[in-house]
Design a protein around this ligand. Structure first.
Ligand code: NAD
Length: 359
């Protein structure tokens, strides 16, 4: 059996989800790891049995043994590393967001086209088992035309610090980090409609609240709360050319009683709730029914989501299927996110057909 030889670039917090999933895939061979922090890479190599350790990603990309890479580095390096990997003949799984800017995203798209290699964007929410089930209902018309969706990912406290909160490195705050997941998921399930206009607001009212004690949260591998140049809350209304709309809000911190994760879709024949719990809402014999699917996990299952993402990537590398989350979708997300920041800065709506969207 042919095995795809894998290199992991960036061995910080999220890399474990990739490493564990490759380890579980018998058609993947974890061959090399790379991190600027060589000691960190060495520890991961030992833990997961990768034979080679690099501290310069260019050396890993020059290694002819490697077929494919996962890019799990800071957002400002995604495009540069993805392009170099494609030019070196490697397939690429790049963590979300595809890049820091739209301009970079377009360059990655060009590199994918020139190389003919696979590029999959790490929109892990698409790979959740419940989404796979819901997609069958949507594709078979059970929801009808989806005309409205709303999504919230509100953390009371959850600024990961370090590079995440340095806009020059991350490109943005919770909008780019967690907003990208929920906007992408709604857009994908709505049938990837063309964006018509976007109105957004961002706020930097509370800072990172690193003074708060007794509540734990996700942290960058090199957690450091001293610099914070990102928003702490963003919201937006996205209007599509088929008349549908999506309302979204995300935060790293907010004076809220609880964290809140909501993803809801409304169609003209039925509705669906994904977060916090998978439900389908329909109508039969003049009665409204709430359907609770009997599934292993009521909400998003992180472990199987990553496993499905990695299994899908390996399958694409072997030429069996196109990636479920393509470079085109990564570019479209960068257009949407960029426009939300732009709209907030201008204090007015961005019209997609008449304005060139670029930060
Ligand atoms: N899909 C998800 O749910 C999810 C969750 C968390 C993070 N992420 C994404 O994964 C990426 C990494 O996030 P993280 O939380 O692991 O961050 P992290 O800070 O914990 O780890 C990043 C690692 O990348 C290394 N690195 C940075 N630039 C490098 C370079 N040029 N060459 C080699 N190594 C380099 C750093 O030294 C660090 O060890 C980000 O793009 C983030 O948006 C995705």
């Amino acid at each position: 059996m042919r095995k795809i030889k894998i290199g992991i670039i960036g061995t910080g917090s999220i890399s474990d989800a990739h490493l564990q999933s490759y380890e579980q895939n018998d058609r993947a061979d974890l061959t090399a790891v790379c991190d600027l922090n060589e000691e960190r890479a060495r520890l991961k190599a030992k833990k997961y049995g990768a034979a080679k350790v690099y501290s310069d990603y260019r050396e890993l990309l020059n290694d002819d043994e490697i077929d494919a890479v996962s890019i799990c580095t800071w957002n400002n390096t995604h495009a540069e590393i993805a392009i170099a990997a494609l030019e070196n003949g490697k397939h690429v799984l790049v963590e979300k967001p595809l890049s820091k800017t739209l301009d970079e995203a377009l360059k990655v798209k060009k590199a994918v086209e020139n190389s003919g290699k696979v590029l999959q964007v790490g929109f892990v929410r698409r790979y959740d088992n419940n989404i796979h089930i819901l997609k069958k209902f949507i594709d078979n018309g059970d929801l009808g035309a989806i005309y409205y969706a709303k999504a919230s990912s509100l953390r009371r406290l959850g600024n990961p610090g370090g590079w995440f909160s340095d806009k020059d490195i991350s490109g943005g705050g919770p909008l780019l980090d967690i907003g990208v997941h929920i906007i992408d998921l709604c857009w994908y399930l709505m049938g990837r409609p063309k964006v018509k206009s976007i109105s957004g607001n961002t706020y930097s009212q509370l800072g990172n609240r690193s003074n708060i004690q007794n509540l734990s949260f996700y942290k960058a591998a090199d957690y450091n709360p001293t610099k914070n140049t990102i928003e702490d809350l963003a919201n937006a209304i996205i209007r599509f050319d088929n008349g549908a709309s999506l309302v979204v809000d995300v935060s790293y911190t907010l004076h809220a009683q609880k964290d809140e994760s909501i993803i809801k879709l409304y169609g003209d024949r039925g509705g669906a709730e994904i977060d916090p719990e998978f439900k389908i809402i329909t109508e039969k014999y003049n009665t409204i029914l709430n359907i609770t699917p009997q599934v292993d996990s009521a909400g998003f299952d992180f472990t199987s989501g990553f496993q499905n993402e990695i299994d899908g990537f390996i399958s694409s590398c072997l030429g069996e299927a196109e990636p479920l989350s393509s470079v085109d979708d990564g570019v479209e997300m960068m257009k949407i996110l960029t426009a939300i920041y732009e709209s907030s800065k201008k204090g007015s709506e961005i019209q997609f057909d008449i304005e060139k969207v670029q930060i």
